[in-house]
Ligand binder design. Sequence first.
Ligand code: F6R
Length: 252
Amino acid sequence: MRVIIVKNAEEVGKRAADLIEQEMKQHRNPVLGLATGSTPIPTYKELIRRCKKGKGMDFSTAITFNLDEYVGLPGTHDQSYRYFMNHQLFNHVNVNKKNTHVPNGMVRGMKAIQQSCDEYETMIDDVGGVDMQLLGIGGNGHIGFNEPGSSLGSMTRIKTLSLRTRKDNARFFKSMREVPRLAITMGIGTILKARKVVLLATGESKAQAVADSLEGPVSAMCPASALQLHRFATYVIDKGAASKLTLDTYEH
Ligand code: F6R
């Protein structure tokens, strides 16, 4: 695995934007897997800056698939991941919104939900798969909303959020009661199908999860450790997130 350690969150954003830009330039219709949360915000800011500068950063032919969405929040809700993506990236670059996909959290009934999850997988396959998947990591090692204990072969499906994740995300909601309990998420198997994976982590609160996922065993108890099985997985992390790593072979 490639591990790039940089000074701070801003540098993580720049290095991640470099990787995304290089990848996009290699494809006529680049297919990007995208994440929400605090960590990728500097990356999106940098992509927007490069797009506005008109220096060859072009989203007009890009196709995007987001990792996850809360169940029960419409895209107009300011804590839905569709809303996040529109406001943090899509509204500010020349992407065609019709080519941006976020799992549908508003489908009712277990059968219909699973059908919509299966359709999400099919849509990804129909465009030839994800070229580069961007990820954050939860303090408990989750990727997407694949909480500890998730099957390493899982595909897009509904998941119950752990109490830790709900508490971590409560900062975005008025009260803990409003934090959804369920989410639709790409599975770990879906993520592993992407041709390249780039995981971003910043801050000491992620240090244990980063160390477990890179230097611990592959285990469903640390879902990000499944990336050890991927041929082209890159971590771009800051010093805080790297503070519990023990090997001295990483890139600085
Ligand atoms: C978001 C997602 C999550 C986050 C993770 C870290 O789409 O899939 O796995 O990447 O919870 O969140 P932040 O970046 O807010 O610490």
